[in-house]
Design a protein around this ligand. Structure first.
Ligand code: SF4
Length: 195
C-alpha cells in the first residue's frame, strides 16, 4: 500500500497512476527461470540480435526477491509445480506472469498425468503466449503488451471502481443460448444400430 491508496479520484491520482505505470513498466526484472525448450527462445531475446536491454530487462534476477516478472518458459510438471509457486510467492509485489508457449498455457501436446494442464492452475497469468516454441519476436511482443497493461493499470479508488465495473459486467452478462444439435449424436449405440 502506498500514497495512491489515500488519494481521491481526480487529477492527482491520475498523475500518480501515469507516473507509477511508466516507472513500473520501465523497470521490470525477470526471474531467472526456465523449464523446457521454450527457455532457449527466452534466452535468445537477451542476445544482441533481439536486445532485451532496450527495455531495461537484460538483468534476469537469480533471486526471486529482486524479480517482478516470471516468464514460465516450458511445460510445468506436477513435481515442479510447488517450486514454481514458491518462486512466485517470493517475488516482489507488484508482479506479473507471462505463460510462454502452449505447454505452459494448457499442457500443450502433453495431455497426461505428469504435466500441469495450464500454469494458471497454480499462479495467476497476465499474458498467454501461443506457439511451440514462440519465436523471440513473439516474446518481445508479449512483453510490450504487458508494458501497455502495466501503464494503464488503475490504482487506489480507481482500481476498486474498475473491479466493481468488471464484476457488474460479468454478473449482467447473458449466458450463451443453447443451440440445437447440428447432426445426429446417436453414434454406435444409436437406435438405428440397435433396431
Ligand atoms: S511449447 Fe513446444 S518448445 Fe515450448 S516447452 Fe512445449 S514442446 Fe517445448
Amino acid at each position: 500500500m502506498g500514497i495512491e491508496e489515500k488519494l481521491p479520484a481526480g487529477i492527482a491520482l491520475t498523475t500518480v497512476e501515469n507516473l507509477a505505470g511508466y516507472m513500473r513498466k520501465a523497470s521490470i526484472w525477470p526471474a531467472t527461470f526456465g523449464l523446457a525448450c521454450c527457455a532457449i527462445e527466452m534466452m535468445a531475446v537477451g542476445t544482441p540480435h533481439y536486445d532485451l536491454a532496450r527495455f531495461g530487462m537484460e538483468r534476469f534476477a537469480a533471486t526471486p526477491r529482486q524479480a517482478d516478472l516470471m516468464i514460465v518458459a516450458g511445460r510445468v510438471s506436477n513435481k515442479m509445480a510447488p517450486v514454481v509457486r514458491q518462486v512466485y510467492d517470493q517475488m516482489a509485489n507488484p508482479k506479473w506472469v507471462i505463460s510462454m508457449g502452449v505447454c505452459a498455457s494448457s499442457g500443450g501436446m502433453f495431455n497426461n498425468y505428469a504435466i500441469v494442464q495450464g500454469v494458471d492452475h497454480i499462479i495467476p497469468v497476465d499474458i498467454y503466449l501461443p506457439g511451440c516454441p514462440p519465436r523471440p519476436e513473439m516474446l518481445l511482443n508479449a512483453i510490450i503488451t504487458l508494458h501497455e497493461q502495466i501503464q494503464s493499470t488503475p490504482l487506489g479508488v480507481n482500481r476498486v471502481a474498475a473491479a466493481r465495473a468488471a464484476e457488474q459486467a460479468a454478473l449482467g452478462a447473458t449466458p450463451t443460448e443453447l443451440q440445437p444439435p447440428t447432426h445426429d449424436h446417436e453414434g454406435l449405440l444409436g437406435r438405428n444400430l440397435l433396431a
